[in-house]
Design a protein around this ligand. Sequence first.
Ligand SMILES: Cc1cc2nc3c(=O)[nH]c(=O)nc-3n(C[C@H](O)[C@H](O)[C@H](O)COP(=O)(O)O)c2cc1C
Length: 367
Amino acid sequence: MAGSSIGTILKLTTWGESHGAGIGVVIDGCPAGLPLSEDDIQAYLDRRKPGQSRYTTQRNESDRAEILSGVYEGMTTGTPVSILVRNNDQHSKDYSKLKDLYRPGHADYGYDMKYGIRDHRGGGRSSGRETIGRVAGGAIAAKLLAELGISVTAYTKSIGPVCAEQFDPDEISRNPLCMPDAGAAEMAASYLEGCMEHKDSAGGVIECIVSGMPAGAGDPVFEKLDANLAKAVMSIGAVKAVEIGDGFLAAASTGSENNDPFIPAAEPVPHIVKASNHAGGILGGISDGSDIIVRAAVKPTPSIARLQKTVKQDGTPVQLEITGRHDPVIVPRAVVVVECMTALTVADALLTGMSAKLSSVKKIWGN
Ligand SMILES: Cc1cc2nc3c(=O)[nH]c(=O)nc-3n(C[C@H](O)[C@H](O)[C@H](O)COP(=O)(O)O)c2cc1C
């Protein structure tokens, strides 16, 4: 299967299926000398783990990270970091009824048309479990960014019609929906209860902020930072749209409203900042020194317990009721995935940009 890698210098390759022996990732291009332990990876994986609340799948996976290579005495060695997470709680027989069916909202039909062979148990590479590799890799990228004073924070902006209106960063880890607004989290929870009662599911929006980002990372044409962020985040299962800054709202704005004025600043260097941030921290594909703001629209979980119409492989119409364990909303578990894909993309842009100026190259290689 082609297309399992992303990144130019910091390159992530994920492998494995939801109902296979395990899921894994190889991260190549991480500089040597970064302190890294399995606990660092685990802290991120625990945020994605199933079974943590009523609103996530009850699949009971411990999702323990094992670092197989690329780390010696707690430091990266500059060689590929390989991480394995074994699958333990597959319940593959839950899927036997789905063997010859095409589930609405899933990749099943496309898989058959593309490959002509399909492991029907749990979506294969299109399973949410594939994102384990992204999160393990993203944990490394986030550590690398922290060394540069850059932080990446994602949270749930909305679920169904309920939008977070307040921003309390401490609240994000306090409620199971990862909302920075306790009141909105309560309203979203009762909206989800209604969906579950009706054997239905909900979608929402994840927002991600990169703070401490220097100006000058990214490229002006095919490797634009916003284009690469869009690709990285859109490649997450169930993400249907990506916005940078004002995104779609910018289309209804005027130039005078949408332009962010540059103003002098006492500090930090280079003494220029923007008075507003409609651009979301990127102009011309290059970071402008403001916070980078990325938003992802996540569709409602396609596996729902409600009776649905579909067809069998031979075209016979059938009715389908999906049993097994599924998230009634994907958003809270995808928050850390969006954060990690953003961290990987930004870290890659910074590493790639190191050769843009002769003066930078001379700093490393000059006499
Ligand atoms: C973290 C995460 C968890 C997911 N969990 C489920 C799930 O429990 N049930 C389900 O039907 N889809 C789940 N999905 C979504 C499917 O992977 C995805 O919607 C499906 O493969 C179709 O791909 P597309 O929506 O990108 O077109 C999850 C996705 C992510 C990122």
